[in-house]
Design a protein around this ligand. Sequence first.
Ligand code: NIG
Ligand code: FE
Length: 399
Amino acid sequence: MPETLFTNISQLVTPAPGVQRGAAMGDLSVIPDAALLVSGGRVQWVGPRAEAPGMVQEHDLGGVAVVPGLVDPHTHSIWAGDRLADFEARVQGVPYEEILARGGGIRSSMRATGAASVNELVALARPRLHTLRASGATTIEVKSGYGLDFRAEVRMLEAVRRLRRELFVMPTLLIHVPPTEGRTDYVRAVCEELIPEVASSGLAETVDVFCEKEAFTVEETRQIFVAARANELDFKLHADQFHAIGGTELACELGALSVDHLEASGPAQIAALAASNTVATILPGVTLHLGLPAAPGRALIDAGAAVAVGTDLNPGSSPVFSVQLALALAVRLNRLTPAEALTACTVNAAAALGLGDRAALAPGQRADFLALHSADWRDLAYTLGANPVRDVWMDGRHV
Ligand code: NIG
Ligand code: FE
């Protein structure tokens, strides 16, 4: 791959590489009239245009702002069927948890997804993932979790593996809701059969659990995390979405990569996250779509936690197909500043996936970056309902 010098960049805006906590989340580097040198799919150099190396092929970006490619650390992009009837019921007052308790909600997505082939799942997920990428996501996490039955879980992860050839997707095994009968045996089989199978086949490197009154208990979550660790897998958690039942504290104690949702988190959960290396991932699309309280993004940052933002793209709680929209909503709903929101959607989201090689424009990082339509990067946090991202590069390639 030849060296290319990207020029005519009104502002090159980036956080420093690696996870950023607390007040450091607001520290961005903003270089006016910048240039970006890319070689072999990596960033070689960034700086003012006037100081750029000469004698290299140039690519004129037309006077717009450049930011790192965004990372979406939490999606359920693979599902079959739809939740349109749930949506209609919910907006007329039936709560999400009640729909789930009645056997609808996630369980209805499980029935449809469990009946689909790998080919069908790939065909359903592909356009969703391309839409996310066009919104700025150059790395996207994708969970299983609509399988219930283990063969269906494995089919979901095989679909993610197939999509890996065309997009940068990170697979996660999600243990989502227990069966209505035999949950003790189910958790045992997850720990003794499914997790070892997924680990040995390399289908996922991370295990996630939905820890909630209508899903798994804290004790069941602990068993699943212990099994993940014994199989050398990372783990993360859906916690405090409706009730703070102790999942966040457990995840921080055991060293989870991230705890996600946090709409019902209070001072104890905020303190646990701030005192740990676990990333606090907030999902403002859920607040918007389910009308839940907003996760305490502002309080988490003020307490010193590392906050990330994701879309949580899924049919039930967050039909948000844009990582840029998630960023923009975090500013309105969770009271992040635009600078903090960019950090939350770049290096901190990468850290939530255990990745330190991307999402900052600094030498040695992957050359994943976005050219906006605007000369001012803040349009990324400002725009609602249109796409401020003009062009996307992954590994130095225009996609
Ligand atoms: O992250 N809360 C649990 N899981 C998903 C929702 C999945 C669904 O409703 O289908 C979430 O919100
Ligand atoms: Fe989720």
